[in-house]
Design a protein around this ligand. Sequence first.
Ligand code: ADP
Length: 399
Amino acid sequence: MTDKLVFILNCGSSSLKFALIDTQTQQQILSGLADSLASDSPIITIKYQGNKHRVTLPAQAAHQQAIDTVVAFLQQHQLATHVVAVGHRVVHGGEAFTESVIITPQVLSQIEQVSQLAPLHNPANIIGIKAAQQAFNQLPQVAVFDTAFHQTIPAKAYLYPLPYSLYEEHGIRRYGFHGTSHFYVTQQASQLLGIERDQLNIISAHLGNGASVTAIKNGQSVDTSMGLTPLEGLVMGTRCGDIDPAISHFLIDQLGYQQAQVNQLLNKESGLLGLSQLSNDCRVLEEEAEQGHEGARLALDIFCYRLAKYIASYTVPLGQLDAVVFTGGIGENSDMIRENVLRQLSIFGFKVDHDKNQAARFGASGIITNNAGPQAIVIPTNEELVIAQDSIRLIQQEQ
Ligand code: ADP
């Protein structure tokens, strides 16, 4: 056991994902999820040494009790004393944060100010930070922002064609998300392709329940599909991605929807789930499409078509393309989606190697094309490792 363990927290409104990373070996020592917090039956699952430990919390127990329970587990297993920092995934850093930072009272108040831009996410992150500050009161806490990697995007890509005052006065612009993942795969692609990061031009597709695609030029993000919020861009599990903004007004004015119902519809009832009328889960849709389920087939077709269009459009800011990278649960595992998307991008010369494409799943990475010019590669993401490494780097700089 090294003394370089970082405890990672990713706090949602009713859930909390956590992990313990050894930054020297890059191994995940422990991971888990506290779910259904502040409900009748909150539960924590901790994965450690190949076992799953389930702890039922008292009804209405929330983040603080969940974190305290995990800390007690760490103490019980002689892990707590090796933890040197707590790293928090924070969804929105606005324009205030272009990189990870050690959390000070001033940083916390800046994150609170940015909450206005991410009312669904940042308040939960702040709850997590405060709870961790209590539980690990001797340790430095670090914030790693989903938006930070995208702060290199130029104004022509981040401004919406709206009155400029909305940007100036209210910060309405594209921020982009999944930055930690896009950054991680950039590093890995650089190694895999043998191209220095500052010369690497890739398009990275993070395809999980949320999905986004990023154009990365000379190792820096220059455009990305998510916007002011994580609703814009690709078709996602339950989010609609790009639609005509007037649809919202139509729903309200013509169909009598309330604003909250529109939000619910666009965020939770659309995307793969809405189109298929079946599931938001890509695996289920692939199986059902195979069995002839029309809705599943349509949902996957639209998902792939829109993704291919995004990838093609991102060759504009790049000029030159070294590779398309697939990551996230779908990108890492679905040979079918990758093949479908790359077929639609054959204008760029992609020739999928079927064996390599099928082999690249369940954590395997590698090049899946067999052609000259741009390649397609699969890289399993590791956001926790980036958060842990940033945390260690920052606390070492402080010492
Ligand atoms: P999150 O955004 O919640 O972190 P993940 O990155 O874990 O999500 O991705 C979840 C998605 O990955 C789901 O749609 C799931 O069906 C899909 N997925 C996982 N494994 C496979 C697989 N073998 N084939 C196709 N899709 C898969």
